[in-house]
Design a protein around this ligand. Structure first.
Ligand code: S3P
Length: 165
């Protein structure tokens, strides 16, 4: 089973993904962490030193690698399906789940930890980025409200997976 998790910054892709992988007994992959490890730089340092377009090249290369794997839970970065690897490309190799949450909740989470998020500069900019990206995220096969307990998310996702796979 292969699952791609997409959603805006702060939507909980990494924490939910980790838990989901554990529950389903699958490996967990986090795009941002793997890019950071390989580059030996934090995301904000990659943006500053090499620019966003270089980051997107790394992101795409990694997703292309992932697409050859047969199973796993893949937590992507907030910009992945828009800038690097489309929802259609993800769907060719697995199920795509969009973790949705109200903008205010996302900003509240992200604004507390903006240091390693070069695209979370001000609320207005964050909100307009969210507005542009939302229709793309919505193309996922399944949309889950990530503002609920981890347990409820797990139950809901397991229900979806049992019907589709
Ligand atoms: C980005 C989101 C970040 C990270 C990078 C760019 C984006 O990941 O990939 O800062 O374009 O929204 P998270 O969604 O995990 O914060």
């Amino acid at each position: 089973m292969k699952l791609w998790l997409i959603g805006f910054m702060g939507s909980g892709k990494s924490s939910l993904g980790k838990q989901l992988a554990r529950t389903l007994n699958l490996s967990f992959y986090d795009t941002d962490s793997i890019i950071e490890k390989r580059a030996a730089l934090r995301i904000d340092q990659i943006f500053r030193k090499h620019g966003e377009s270089y980051f997107r090249i790394l992101e795409r290369q990694l997703c292309l690698e992932y697409s050859n794997f047969s199973s796993g839970v893949y937590a992507t970065g907030g910009g992945t399906p828009i800038k690097s690897f489309s929802v259609d490309e993800m769907m060719e190799s697995g199920q795509v789940v969009f973790l949705n949450a109200p903008l205010e909740v996302l900003w509240d989470r992200v604004s507390k930890d903006k240091n390693n998020r070069p695209l979370a500069i001000s609320y207005d900019q964050f909100a307009s980025l969210h507005e542009c990206r939302y229709p793309i995220y919505k193309r996922a096969q399944y949309v889950i409200n990530s503002v609920q307990s981890m347990e409820s998310c797990m139950k809901e996702l397991q229900g979806f997976l049992s019907k589709t796979i």
